[in-house]
Each structure stands twice: as structure tokens, then as C-alpha cells.
Design a protein around this ligand. Structure first.
Ligand SMILES: [Fe+2]
Ligand SMILES: [Fe+2]
Length: 312
């Protein structure tokens, strides 16, 4: 017979159930999936679309709490490819603010062939090119507005911070745009990245930093902090074409935010590495290895386990 003695307004049984529930809640593990660099190329890209279906169905079966896609959804900056990804997310019930976060990659915003053709024909001023680039970024943000703001109205530009209260832990996803316009001398492949000063400033404001104190902070950008990073001259030349130009400023910001993890893509390699106490995770390339993803498990104390997983 359960003990019915009252403790304040509760019986001992009720207290035991409450503390058990608290224990279950605190130990509940949050599962985050991370993929990157889908490089979808139209509806005729059948194999890739089937791969997306397979991966999203798997995330649902395995009960993932959140999915991060860190850029290069499209291969040639075609909004029709963004639509394909959006429709796939919708059809699997993943197209919700609290379910999925997406950011843009250089292949979402820059069509290199078009840039070069246009440049050779008209030689537009850098300012005009910058404006065109900003329009494309705005188009991307408007397209994925629901995943950025969770509302019909509201600011839907980079950077954005998404704080989600899970039963056991509060997670802040801090998303920045690192794509930088194509310039013939400074960014000849359109693959170098920059976090612009406006984003760095916006995220350094006290009213942004204060609520992050109780969160596990996860930074998201497209470009890698580290590409090859070796002494080889060939590697260094490649690094230059791919690098995040102001990566040290970005790292300082992530330190100020007490970020635990940074998720990125761009350099098509599945890898994780630590820089100044922050774990960077490269989500590799879904285009090349569509059965592999990065899995993050967060517990109620904010401890994180990460591994790259192959679909069974
Ligand atoms: Fe890519
Ligand atoms: Fe990229």
C-alpha cells in the first residue's frame, strides 16, 4: 500500500513520481543530425532525391530532435533546388522552425559561370555585384523564412539565433552567413568566405549574449575554420581559395558566446577538430556520401557526444 502520509500538499508517492519525472527529464538525450553540401541539381537528379527521402525518413524513425543543413543545398544557385529541399523536408514533417535549421552556402548564392559571363560582357562595378549578391541572399532568407523566424513576419536575415527549450537542456543555434561575393582577384572561385562586420557586431550585443548564458551554444556557418592547414604549398593555395578570411574574428565571437560546437560544411570532408576549446564539425558532403551524417547527442548537463554515422 503506498504511503499516503502528506508532505505539505504532496504525498510521499507523489513526491517520488515527481522526482523520478525530473530525473528522466534531466537525463533525456537530445539528438541532433547534421548534413551538408547536398548540391542538388534539379528534379532529374533522381538518385539524390531518393537519398534525401531515405535520410529524412531515417531521422524520423530514429527520433531526432533537430536537423542542421550547413549550406550548398543547390549546386548552381537555383531556387528550384531550394524548393526541392524544402518540399522534401515538408513531406517528412521536418519543415518547422524547431525541427530544422538551414543556412546558405556559396553554391546557393553564386553561379560562377554566370558571374564570369556577366563580368566579361559588362564588367559591372564591384558595388553593383555586391548589390546583386545581397539580393540573392535576401531571396534565400525569404524562401526559408519559416525556418529562420518561425513566424510569417519578423526579421529573417542573418545572423539569427534560435533558442529551443528541450525538457533537459536549452540549446541556442547561432547561424551566420559566411558566403562572400565573387570578385575576380579576391574571390576568383567564389569559394572564399567572410563573416561581415555587421553580423559580428549584432551578435556581440549584450542583449543577445545575456540569454545565451543558460544555453548550450552551437554556431553554424558554411565555411570551414580549417581547410587543409598544412605546410604544403599546393594545400596552402587550395586553402586560400576556400578559406574563411576572418576566421579569427569568428572564433573570438564564438568564444565570447561560449559556443561548445561549431557546425560547418564547404570543405567536403567529414571531420571534427578542436580549436581553443571549441569543437568544429565538418558535416562533409551529402552529395558524395549520402548515407553518412553527423550525429550529436546532448545530455541534460550539456555534455556532447559526436560521431559520424553510416545508415544501416
Ligand atoms: Fe559544397
Ligand atoms: Fe561550399
Amino acid at each position: 500500500m503506498p504511503d499516503k502520509k502528506r508532505y505539505g500538499q504532496f504525498t510521499l508517492l507523489e513526491l517520488k513520481i515527481a522526482s523520478l519525472k525530473k530525473l528522466i527529464t534531466e537525463t533525456e538525450t537530445i539528438k541532433i543530425a547534421h548534413i551538408s553540401d547536398l548540391h542538388v541539381s534539379g528534379k532529374q537528379d533522381r538518385r539524390q532525391l531518393e537519398n534525401l527521402d531515405r535520410m529524412f525518413a531515417y531521422f524520423n524513425r530514429e527520433g531526432f530532435d533537430h536537423l542542421v543543413i550547413s549550406g550548398d543545398l543547390s549546386n548552381s544557385a537555383d531556387p528550384a533546388d531550394w524548393r526541392i529541399v524544402r518540399e522534401k523536408l515538408e513531406s517528412h514533417g521536418l519543415y518547422h522552425w524547431d525541427k530544422t535549421t538551414v543556412i546558405a552556402g556559396n553554391h546557393d548564392l553564386i553561379n560562377l559561370e554566370e558571374e564570369m559571363r556577366f563580368y566579361n560582357a559588362l564588367n559591372p562595378l564591384p558595388l553593383a555585384r555586391k548589390k546583386t549578391f545581397e539580393r540573392k541572399l535576401t531571396e534565400f532568407c525569404a524562401f526559408f523564412q519559416e525556418l529562420i523566424t518561425g513566424e510569417e513576419r519578423g526579421n529573417h536575415m542573418f545572423p539569427f539565433v534560435k533558442i529551443i527549450n528541450y525538457p533537459s537542456v536549452r540549446v541556442a543555434f547561432v547561424a551566420l552567413n559566411s558566403v562572400y561575393p565573387w570578385y575576380p582577384a579576391d574571390n576568383p572561385l567564389g569559394a572564399r568566405g567572410v563573416i561581415n562586420p555587421g553580423q559580428l557586431r549584432a551578435l556581440s550585443l549584450e542583449n543577445v549574449l545575456a540569454p545565451l548564458g543558460e544555453c548550450v551554444v552551437i554556431g553554424i556557418c558554411h565555411h570551414a575554420y580549417r581547410v587543409y592547414g598544412t605546410d604544403s604549398l599546393i594545400d596552402q593555395a587550395f586553402d586560400w581559395t576556400m578559406e574563411l578570411k576572418n576566421r579569427e574574428e569568428f572564433l573570438s565571437l564564438m568564444k565570447v558566446m561560449h559556443a561548445k560546437l561549431v557546425l560547418h560544411g564547404h570543405f567536403h570532408r567529414f571531420q571534427s577538430y578542436a580549436v581553443n576549446g571549441i569543437t568544429f564539425i565538418n558535416g562533409g558532403s551529402f552529395r558524395h556520401t549520402p548515407q553518412r551524417y553527423s550525429e550529436l547527442l546532448l545530455d541534460g548537463q550539456g555534455n556532447c557526444k559526436q560521431q559520424f554515422v553510416m545508415l544501416p
